[in-house]
Design a protein around this ligand. Structure first.
Ligand SMILES: [Mn+2]
Length: 407
């Protein structure tokens, strides 16, 4: 029995105002090809199907379009999906009856009846070969209140109690030779985070659950952490996101996992790297460059020859004086080369100071507008603000005063 474990698609995501729809479309097409080529029996989608609880219509269309295409091309493929912390449980559940009529199982919110989260997976002969425990992202209010065991934290105890009930329901249904596959969308302690890409779970101590909160299973398919990894043991895995969800993931190889079950045994885990549809180019690789050097690098930057989507540029520039025309100069240096400027990071070396220090001891309303300008300038640059800037600023202050606002 072959499973494909994936998670954290974040359909509808945008990265520094860049719509990811084309990248998601390429990923989903690639995924369908792999499912077909490898004759996968079941696809497990472990939460964060969407990036937002109220996804744009185009993202919804992408989700339903994928499910319909999978049904058409791969009538035997079983699909089980759960909600993540980015998803609205209710929105994911809303078309549930319709999806179930098509043989697809989506669990948005946790079910009061544990058996309702158990999904049998059938082998090629149509016999149950595994039970999937489809437990979605759990919020503090979803959890039973239980006393933690010795040395156990309260959140892990509650999650463990929830999974224990669900696992008992799965085992009650399963035959002796069936595998148990537990799904979850949670943050396990010791897991490696992608700091700028995941939304932290800050309520109810749910960040850093003990691995013991999850049930003993043949395989545990997790979502939430965006870097693929095993946690502690071989069979507890995060598939990671298939797309970089932050510019800081530029060198990371995103993947999905092919999991082979042999009866109740785990026979193998094979990562399949997802082709990067859009490269991310960081200039410079480390640190920052002065404007002239950066512009020169951009003028000589070779366009990619891979026929992919235009790469994203992540630029870092070191400024010793303000440069209001920098963005335009960057665009000009790039000309019509197929790149897309995603981020222009401005660094001001060596002048972090007076304004921050003054603000701590002096409320803003006690400062004259001219003094605010001076402190803001000196937080970044040495000396006094130049005359043209001061004149423009005074003009703005006068306009604001004339408009009756207290500047
Ligand atoms: Mn996620």
């Amino acid at each position: 029995m072959l499973l494909l474990h994936t998670a954290d698609w974040h359909l509808g995501h945008s990265l520094h105002d860049l719509d990811r729809h084309p990248e998601h479309a390429l990923f989903l097409a690639w995924l369908l090809d792999r499912l077909e080529e490898r004759r996968v029996d079941a696809l497990l989608v472990c939460g964060d199907v969407f990036d937002a609880s109220n996804p744009p219509a185009r993202a919804l269309a992408q989700w339903f379009g994928f499910l319909a295409e999978a049904r058409r091309r791969l009538p035997r493929l079983q699909i089980v999906a759960i909600a993540g912390n980015h998803d609205s449980a209710a929105r994911l559940d809303a078309p549930g009856p319709l999806l179930e009529a098509c043989g697809l199982r989506v669990v948005g919110g946790p079910r009061a009846e544990p058996a309702a989260m158990v999904v049998p997976l059938l082998d090629a002969g149509g016999r149950p070969a595994a039970r999937v425990l489809a437990v979605p992202f759990l919020r503090p209010g979803d959890l039973p209140r239980v006393e933690p065991g010795p040395g156990e934290d309260p959140a892990s105890a509650c999650v463990r109690a929830f999974y224990t009930r669900a696992a008992a329901a799965a085992r009650a249904q399963a035959g002796p030779d069936e595998a148990l596959v537990a799904l979850g969308h949670c943050h396990l302690a010791g897991g490696l985070s992608s700091e700028t890409s995941e939304r932290r779970l800050v309520t109810g101590g749910l960040e850093g659950l003990a691995a013991e909160a999850l049930p003993a299973a043949t395989y545990v398919a997790l979502g939430h952490l965006h870097l693929a990894q095993r946690v502690g043991v071989e069979h507890v895995r995060y598939a990671g996101s298939p797309l970089p969800l932050s510019l800081d993931e530029r060198t990371y190889r995103h993947q999905v996992l092919l999991v082979t079950l042999d009866g109740p045994r785990l026979a193998g885990i094979e990562p399949l790297p997802v082709p990067r549809a859009r490269q991310i180019v960081r200039l410079p690789e480390e640190g920052a460059l002065p404007p002239a050097a950066l512009l020169e690098r951009l003028r000589t930057l070779a366009p990619p020859g891979d026929g992919g989507l235009p790469p994203l540029l992540d630029l870092a520039v070191e400024l010793s004086a303000p440069s209001p025309t920098l963005r335009r100069e960057v665009e000009e240096a790039l000309g019509d080369k197929p790149f897309r400027l995603a981020r222009l990071q401005l660094r001001y070396p060596g002048h972090a100071g007076p304004a921050c220090q003054r603000e701590l001891c002096c409320p803003l309303r006690e400062l004259a507008p001219e003094e605010v300008l001076r402190l803001a300038w000196q937080a970044r640059f040495p000396g006094e603000p130049p005359e043209p800037l001061r004149a423009a600023y005074q003009e703005l202050v006068a306009e604001a005063r004339a408009a009756g606002e207290k500047p």
